[in-house]
Design a protein around this ligand. Sequence first.
Ligand code: ADP
Ligand code: MG
Length: 394
Amino acid sequence: MKKKSVADVEVTGKRVLVRVDFNVPLDQHGNVADDTRIRASLPTVRYLVERGAKVILASHLGRPKGKIDERYRLDPVAQRLQELLGKPVVKVDECVGEVPKAAIARMRPKDVLLLENVRFYPGEEKNDEQFARRLAELADLYVNDAFGAAHRAHASTAGVARFLPAVAGFLMEKEITILSQALENPERPFLAILGGAKVSDKIGVCENLLKKADALIIGGGMANTFLKARGFEMGKSLLEADKVELARVLLEKAENRGVDFLLPVDLVVALAADPDARLKVVPASAVPAEWMALDIGPESVNAFREVIKKARTVVWNGPMGVFEMAPFRTGTFEIARALAQSEAVTIVGGGDTASAVEKAGVAGKMTHISTGGGASLEFLEGKILPGVAALQDA
Ligand code: ADP
Ligand code: MG
């Protein structure tokens, strides 16, 4: 999949509407608590500034549900962006109509302006044509750099592309290139590692990666349902009884396709999901009735590490255990370290997995950490993301 990027079009002197993902966490004072997503937009914003475009940024923040909500104004974001860019950012309190039009008419090349939260308008999430048209009126060119919102068909992520030439920003381009390379033409062996809480969240990813990967590792809470399908009792572990049959079918598919399918061989179990609870390591086939599995055990880590060593491409989505609690983070951190040591192309998707890799201190060692939680999941499911589909092909 190849989309036209901002580098492929003339931007000098143009009014460029850039959809960014500034949906950042705020602290209790309403300040930006984590500016990762703002930083991720800088390559595109700086490029446009350097080329003398008039840069008009649009984003959502939180879930104001189509109404003005003072908690979700973008002023703190404008403040942080201004610090990061080292140049003034004009913030306007509306997205469409006379207020932004007047402010844009005053812009000179290299100026940067931030519109108000697009989700203050009911037309945004409804992908209303009229609202999309009014956004498009502000600019000559549309750039989508909000990969994290690309799985939504909203006015500012997809609809506006009907009324303006639409190209990818550098972050969007990087996400699409790396993820589609892994799915369409991976260097083999291609290993997928899936974890996290529930099978039901990851059925689509599991199905799609079973068709593409040479090996599949399953850990975390979702492994319990697969272990149950193999006939093991899982005690008080998180388990989706209504997905056991599906897990059995997936195991069968993997076997028919010759995909190496690895489940944990041992587990860290505890009497409660509590950092102070008693814990022990047991074989995956011997979880005691009153205990629950909260991490993969050391033998599983060793077995998984061997498979990781052989892989040339690794996609990882979902932690191996309840990594938020220190006693149950070892499996996840060890997998993160194994990926960090690997020469393979290593791709991390999923919000919690990204934060686990960060906590393990090896984020810089990954080839790519996707900035889109839901979007990367849907991409790995093989779905066409509306925000990507709306962009011009290269
Ligand atoms: P991501 O955000 O990376 O896609 P998920 O949201 O699917 O990942 O899963 C992360 C969650 O899964 C974490 O909150 C973690 O505590 C939970 N989890 C992992 N293993 C287990 C387990 N064995 N039992 C219960 N919850 C688990
Ligand atoms: Mg999550």
